[in-house]
Design a protein around this ligand. Structure first.
Ligand code: ZN
Length: 174
């Protein structure tokens, strides 16, 4: 995809994207997704640079349509689930937990971890195995080594704090 091919841009170039951003935003009047064709951050959200600060395109678009900054502690939620979309009609202000609930109700549960999901390299099958073995008493440090993850992740998987939708118990055949 073109978007990925040009993800790494010199900062000087990124500063110039502000005009491009507003041109695209103001010329887009349809309900279709408005896709950012330039850099994205590691979570897949469009980004640009204004006054040497990196800003997400969806947050900037929402603030523009609200006519004020996004309130402290709130996030810009996508109704379309397309992270590099910045169509303000697809964006609303909400809390992290509202976003999780909305995402789950749209049936995208495994992808509802928000900005944390892309950093998580484990597959569901691996998490299933880690959780089962941890619940069966296997040492967390050994599991962490085997799956090349931090021991605190093993602990959170075991407790259900992370990947809580994966339900498993300690049975020989699960
Ligand atoms: Zn969209």
């Amino acid at each position: 995809m073109l978007r990925n091919a040009i993800t790494v841009l010199p900062y000087r170039y990124m500063e110039k994207l502000e005009n491009q951003f507003y041109a695209m935003l103001l010329n887009h009047s349809s309900d279709e997704c408005l896709l950012w064709p330039y850099s994205t951050n590691k979570w897949g959200y469009g980004k640009l640079m204004i006054n040497r600060k990196i800003i997400s395109t969806h947050r900037l678009a929402l603030a523009h349509s609200l006519g004020r900054p996004i309130a402290d502690g709130l996030i810009a939620m996508h109704s379309c689930d397309v992270r590099h979309c910045f169509n303000p009609r697809h964006l609303s202000e909400g809390t992290y937990s509202q976003n999780m609930r909305a995402c789950i109700s749209r049936g995208r549960r495994p992808n509802c971890q928000g900005e944390r999901s892309k950093r998580n390299k484990l597959t569901e099958a691996q998490v299933h195995e880690i959780k089962r073995r941890a619940l069966c008493g296997e040492a967390q440090a050994a599991l962490a080594r085997e799956f090349a993850i931090n021991q605190s992740i093993v602990s959170r998987i075991k407790s259900g704090e992370r990947w809580g939708h994966i339900r498993v118990a300690c049975h020989a055949n699960t």
